[in-house]
Write a protein that binds this ligand. Structure first.
Ligand code: NAP
Length: 320
């Protein structure tokens, strides 16, 4: 089969399409003929050798490395002990995250193995490209809102990075939970976010968030980084900051204003994914795909990802 592999960590050009052996499903796994695989930040963090993390703390990247945790495809083989899944089933999933460690999912390939507990069934009217775009970003939003950092109906919720993979799920799920949603994104995403039904949109390229909005109950920050603290004046005393990525929020100020700091790490979960897929299938939640690349152009897709300003998701289409 064909698979993307990197034999060293580095820039997107380390990704090559190669001929490799088809994997065998282990106990509790199925073999999936991959039709589409979405890109996620951990794919390019690992490919680049985790340069964002201080040396000494960087996780090892097993080589050769095949990125890809999010797939949609068709079951074509059944491993020992698997019941309830059959060849021909259409599935999607966030594979072995984070429990398998870097490189354990290997979605950028024509075939991959998948633990059945990580999978949900794909409704026939959602295509594989859009299905592959759901798992990691959608489950992150789902787990933040239901487990790590729940919100209450009637609250004002601000999503920073609202047009991105995680952000566009967060704004929609927060609205469904009854929140008034303020979305922060660059100029190009204004119409997109209004189309998702946000109550207020702030263009961070022209406006300081804290000048435009005050007394927010809960901020979800998918951007993080050294400017995270600029969001804090927009939050009411006793409110919540939920970093989806590490940010510098000024711990002393959080303590002084009794702002809680709530977050967590997304995990594979086929049952939660199935619940989210129902909302996509009914049209209640929209999945946005920014661009689609053929598997052989994983390098170009990673270059695009590194340029940022993504609206929804980038997806690789896999042909056979
Ligand atoms: N905690 C977890 O388990 C978990 C799970 C998934 C992802 N993450 C992390 O969450 C982050 C977001 O992931 P993602 O997949 O959503 O990434 P993404 O699709 O690249 O989205 C990031 C979004 O942020 C926007 N943005 C960039 N700079 C901004 C700024 N200064 N202010 C406001 N918006 C800005 C970008 O577009 P514009 O600049 O054009 O608006 C883009 O739409 C990543 O760092 C990822 O590693 C964590």
């Amino acid at each position: 089969m064909q698979s993307i592999r990197a034999h060293r960590t580095g820039p997107p050009s380390v990704l090559h399409l190669e001929e490799v052996d088809r994997p065998e499903p282990a106990a509790g796994e199925v073999l999936v003929q991959v039709q589409a695989a979405a890109l996620n930040p951990p794919d390019w963090y690992a490919r680049g050798g985790y340069q964002q993390i201080p040396e000494g703390l960087r996780p090892p990247v097993p080589l050769p490395y095949t990125p890809g945790t999010d797939v949609s495809g068709v079951v074509v083989g059944i491993g020992p002990g698997v019941t309830g899944w059959e060849e021909g089933d259409e599935v999607l999933g966030l594979l072995r995250f984070p429990r398998g460690g870097t490189g354990s999912a290997r979605g950028y390939a024509q075939f991959t193995t998948a633990p059945v507990e990580d999978l949900a069934r794909k409704p026939s009217h959602i295509d594989h490209i859009h299905a592959a775009a759901i798992p990691m970003a959608g489950l992150t939003a789902w787990q933040y809102l239901t487990e790590y950092a729940p919100i209450e109906s009637g609250q004002t919720v601000l999503v920073n990075g609202a047009a991105g993979g995680v952000g566009h799920f967060l704004v929609q799920l927060a609205r469904r939970a009854g929140a008034r949603v303020v979305a922060v994104a660059s100029t190009a995403h204004a119409d997109f976010l209004r189309g998702l039904g946000v109550d207020e949109y702030i263009d961070y390229t022209t406006t300081h968030v804290a000048d435009a909005v005050k007394d927010v109950d809960h901020v979800f920050d998918t951007v993080g980084g050294p400017n995270g603290h600029l969001l804090i004046p927009a939050i009411r005393d006793g409110g919540v900051i939920s970093p989806v990525f590490f940010g510098d929020y000024g711990e002393d100020e959080l303590v002084r204003r009794q702002i809680r700091h709530l977050g967590g790490q997304v995990r594979s979960n086929g049952n939660q994914l199935a619940d989210l897929v129902k909302l996509v299938a009914s049209g209640d939640v929209r999945v946005a795909v920014d661009e689609v690349y053929p598997l052989a152009q994983a390098e170009q897709a990673h270059e695009r990802a590194e340029r940022g300003h993504i609206q929804g998701k980038l997806v690789l289409e896999v042909t056979h």
